[in-house]
Design a protein around this ligand. Structure first.
Ligand SMILES: Nc1ncnc2c1ncn2[C@@H]1O[C@H](COP(=O)(O)OP(=O)(O)OP(=O)(O)O)[C@@H](O)[C@H]1O
Ligand SMILES: [Mg+2]
Length: 739
């Protein structure tokens, strides 16, 4: 503890949390009042103890009645004064502390609001929230108790030491001060053991909870296999371990407390022995003896209180540093000097030879040029990870290009203010976040000045008005509470984008997370809402954008092709390939199951040679789901299944030489992986993780080999393809692109 305390103090001294201290110092004049008030309180407290000496030596021993009454009256007045001062001080201080904490919270929130998008891209929201809640709570708790656990005890120690010097010869007073650390020997030895025991207790508690959690989550398995007995035994065993750990942790924690008390008593008794001998041999008066014992006693407890406040101080210091770190983050770059508000889009929005990288990782867009004429519906399509969303990030000026320009009617957008460019765009994202407020407030968030009529018009355009009026409280129904479906929530997000009557509607995979029926309906809505506006739709799912006026195909950070759907199919390039992969997979309306058509399988190199058997092969595919974040196949583990992605996106990662996983590709609708597992019993050579909820169709090796036996002439062909692809790096990977 002592080491951690000195470390914490050193850290604060070498890198003082300037921003937090500035916030605490502002309006800190009241503190100048707190310190003298606390000192007065400590002094009155000391006077109270000292009064025993006068009471005994001046009033009781000489039997002086007037002195007795006078001293008692002074005592009474002192108690009243001390109490009143304490109440006044508490009031002043608590109000200051509450306001100071609010200032820190506001500063964190404001700083977070003005951080650039790149900060949020690299830090989770919980990172900021942790500082706003947990760390501020530590600071708050510490501030609130600081006067009582730090300032007052410290002042009492000072006053007590002064009194000791007054009561005793200075050598004795010094000796009396120096014995106190002896009282803390016990806790210093036991505290680390107690800490370890509490940690162990927490681990055992987590282990017991895990058993319970598994048993509850797997109730169907437990019931189906009649496992209640064994599961109960496992829980009982875990509880037994927890009980033992709790006893040990509790005993040691109590012992820390107890040894402190025993230490204080021991030192106290030794001091009483010395002092009583001094009084006995008439070297000090009886009054001095009593006063000494009382001063010594309260001095001891003040020191104990100080020692006990150390862990809180360490934690609070760490929290203050974390808060300070966030406040020190540079905010979003300000608009250029002389930037003017952008005029409304008149002709076209364009990217001109744009090259862009996130930080110092290589460029994700290279020489991209594209044009979005006013009033057109332009779709940016391409494989997952090809850079589609990055194009939107540049249009919205979340980032600026490293090279090339983003143009609004031919003028570089960097000459315009960010807010005025963003005000022309209405965004709908895949995972549209709604605020925990009413439907009306959520829609109005798109344009705070909107009237109720504007909100309703936007809801009608988003084709959600009829649903809203049927909600229990209509437009005033809160969106939280799970009463709205995913599709309805997305329509509210669309209304939020439309209420600002944006010149340009920007859709980033706006319907990708929805089931096929809802997706189709919302795509229709978006087409209708987009009439008379410019629409830029980004998607990897092609079926929704075949009607676009213009398609831009982005692959590997470059524009690979452009044209209408028909032109692109005729070109037989990247787009046509993606189209063939996504066609021929029929999904049920709710997105729960899927079937693959035989002719779709002829697109997969490993399967194509089984030409006459593709119908049977298609019937052998079975559905499999994965939730966002699930690992579908893991590097190093054996695999015997081939996967076809029906809907969803997944990330392919491989552990590098240093064991750190690196993303080597992304897969989405129509992509395949794990083909080598159809022939070989080899470990997977990459990990595939679902980025969104996914539906797969999978084929097992046994089914594949059984069919392959029926087509002996295909076998050699398939094996040669597998061998060619089985440079180990392609055991897992999209069939069409090596991962
Ligand atoms: N904030 C970021 N920081 C670093 N790299 C990023 C960031 N955002 C995206 N990338 C990387 O940039 C590349 C292009 O990403 P982008 O999101 O533009 O692709 P996308 O085509 O929209 O993909 P998807 O279809 O999966 O949404 C990817 O390799 C991705 O890993
Ligand atoms: Mg994207």
């Amino acid at each position: 503890m002592a080491e951690r305390l000195t470390d914490a103090i050193r850290a604060v001294v070498t890198a003082p949390p300037r921003r937090v201290t500035r916030l605490l110092r502002s309006r800190g004049r009241v503190l100048l009042l707190i310190v003298p008030l606390a000192l007065l309180e400590a002094a009155l407290d000391g006077a109270l103890t000292l009064s025993y000496r006068f009471l005994i030596d001046r009033a009781i021993e000489p039997a002086d009645r007037r002195a007795l009454i006078f001293i008692l009256a002074v005592l009474g007045a002192t108690v009243v004064a001390a109490g009143g001062l304490a109440i006044l001080r508490d009031r002043l201080y608590v109000r200051w502390a509450a306001r100071a904490v609010s200032r820190v919270r506001t500063a964190i929130f404001e700083a977070a609001q003005h951080l650039p998008v790149s900060y949020h891209a690299n830090h989770s929201a919980s990172d900021v929230l942790g500082r706003l809640s947990g760390d501020v709570a530590w600071l708050d708790a510490w501030l609130v108790t600081a006067v009582n656990t730090l300032l007052l005890p410290a002042l009492s120690v000072l006053v007590g030491a002064g009194l000791l010097v007054y009561l005793l010869p200075w050598e004795l007073a010094l000796a009396a001060m120096l014995v106190w650390p002896l009282a803390l020997i016990g806790p210093r030895v036991i505290a680390p053991k107690a800490g370890a025991a509490v940690y162990d207790q927490k681990a055992r508690e987590a282990a017991a909870l895990l058993v319970a959690e598994e048993a509850l989550a797997a109730q169907r398995v437990v019931k189906a296999y009649d496992l209640a007995g064994p599961v109960g035994q496992r829980f009982a065993a875990a509880l037994g371990l927890l009980e033992r750990a709790s006893v040990r942790a509790g005993t040691l924690a109590a012992l820390v407390e107890r040894s402190t008390v025993i230490g204080v008593y021991t030192v106290q008794i030794a001091a009483v022995a010395v002092a009583s001998w001094l009084a006995y041999s008439r070297q000090i008066t009886l009054g001095a003896f009593i006063a000494f014992v009382t001063v010594f006693w309260s001095l001891g407890w003040s020191l104990v209180v100080l020692a006990r406040s150390a862990p809180g101080l360490v934690a609070a210091a760490a929290s203050v540093r974390r808060i300070d770190e966030l406040l020190a983050e540079p905010p979003e770059e300000p608009d250029r000097a002389g930037a003017i508000p952008a005029p409304p889009l008149a002709r076209e929005l364009a990217l001109d030879a744009v090259t862009f990288a996130y930080g110092d990782r290589g460029p994700v867009l290279r020489g991209v040029s594209l044009s979005v004429p006013r009033g057109a519906y332009v779709a940016i399509v391409g494989p997952s990870g090809s850079g589609k969303s990055s194009v939107l990030n540049l249009l919205a000026r979340f980032y600026d290009p490293d090279d090339g320009r983003v143009l609004l009617d031919g003028t570089d957008v960097r000459g315009y203010t960010r807010a005025s460019v963003r005000a022309q765009l209405g965004f709908v994202f895949q995972d549209s976040v709604l605020f925990s407020a009413s439907v009306r407030e959520n829609i109005r968030a798109g344009w705070p000045a909107a009237t109720d009529a504007d909100v309703e018009a936007a809801a009608r355009a988003a084709e959600i008005h009829d649903t809203i009026v049927r909600l229990p409280n209509g437009y005033d129904t809160p969106v939280s509470g799970g009463t709205l479906s995913g599709g309805q929530r997305q329509r509210i997000a669309i209304a939020r984008a439309l209420v600002r009557n944006p010149g340009v509607l920007v859709l980033d995979e706006a319907t990708a997370a929805l089931d096929p029926v809802t997706e189709r309906a919302i795509n229709e809505t978006l087409f209708r809402a987009g009439r008379g506006r410019t629409t830029i739709a980004v998607t990897h799912r092609l079926a929704g954008v075949v009607r676009a006026d213009h398609l831009v195909v982005v692959a590997g950070g470059e524009v690979a092709e452009r044209g209408t759907h028909d032109e692109l199919l005729a070109r037989n390039g990247v787009y046509a390939d993606m189209w063939r992969r996504q066609q021929g997979i029929a999904v049920s309306g709710d997105g729960g199951s899927a079937e693959v058509a035989p002719q779709r399988l002829s697109v997969s190199p490993m399967l194509a040679p089984l030409s006459q058997e593709l119908g049977t092969l298609a019937s052998r595919f079975v559905g499999q789901r994965a939730a966002a974040g699930d690992v579908v196949v893991r590097q190093g583990e054996p695999g015997d299944r081939f996967y076809l992605i029906v809907r969803g996106t997944a990330s392919v990662t491989r552990a590098g030489a240093d064991g750190v996983a690196v993303e080597i590709g992304r897969l989405s609708d129509g992509d395949e992986f794990g083909e080598a597992a159809l022939l070989f019993d080899a470990p997977r050579n990459a990990t595939v993780t679902a980025r969104t909820d996914c539906l797969f169709l999978t084929l097992s090796r046994a089914d594949f080999l059984a069919l392959l036996d029926r087509v002996p002439e295909a076998r050699a062909h398939v094996e040669s393809i597998a061998r060619a692809r089985n440079a180990p790096s392609t055991t897992v990977g999209p069939a069409s692109r090596s991962a």
